[in-house]
Design a protein around this ligand. Structure first.
Ligand code: HEC
Length: 128
């Protein structure tokens, strides 16, 4: 049992620890990894970029733009964690006209609730 639970506990610590003790750069490095491994950065960029070569807007909102938009919204953390887990609806787009995809598919198959919370927590402090 000890051998089975140890890697899980270590992984949880690895996700939880940077927020409390790491420098901002270390925190960023630590979070960049799950963001890449879970596929988030296949659609999202951290920084808003230039237009795509085909002239279309980016697939998904840049995380710095998400941080700016919700910086004064105390409900954002809970709501965005739900959005990450369950996906967003094409009928109530929050980024219509700014992104080329109509919605985000659910990510519950690739992230745990804990990882989603950690990622959203990080996104929300990316305000420049
Ligand atoms: C297949 C592409 C895709 C992937 C993969 C993806 N997203 Fe998204 N995401 C989107 C799109 C498109 C939107 C904008 C939806 C809208 O207009 O309401 C979005 C919106 C968001 C928002 C803002 C939601 C809001 O209500 O404003 C957050 C936060 C977010 N994504 C985080 C994540 C995280 C974390 C992951 C990885 C676990 C992830 N996304 C993976 C496409 C994606």
């Amino acid at each position: 049992m000890r051998f089975l639970t140890f890697p899980l506990a270590a992984a949880a610590l690895a996700l939880a620890a940077p927020a409390a003790h790491a420098t901002p750069a270390e925190y960023g490095e630590a979070m960049y990894r799950p963001a890449t491994e879970r596929g988030c950065l296949a659609c999202h960029a951290l920084q808003p970029g230039a237009k795509r070569a085909d002239g279309l807007p980016p697939i998904a909102p840049a995380w710095v733009d998400i941080a700016k938009r919700y910086r004064d919204d105390p409900q954002a953390y809970e709501r965005l964690t739900r959005a990450v887990m369950s996906g967003t609806s094409p009928e109530s787009r929050h980024w219509a006209g700014k992104v080329s995809e109509a919605n985000m598919p659910p990510n519950a198959g690739v992230v745990t609730q804990r990882e989603a919370r950690a990622l959203v927590n990080w996104i929300l402090v990316l305000v420049p």
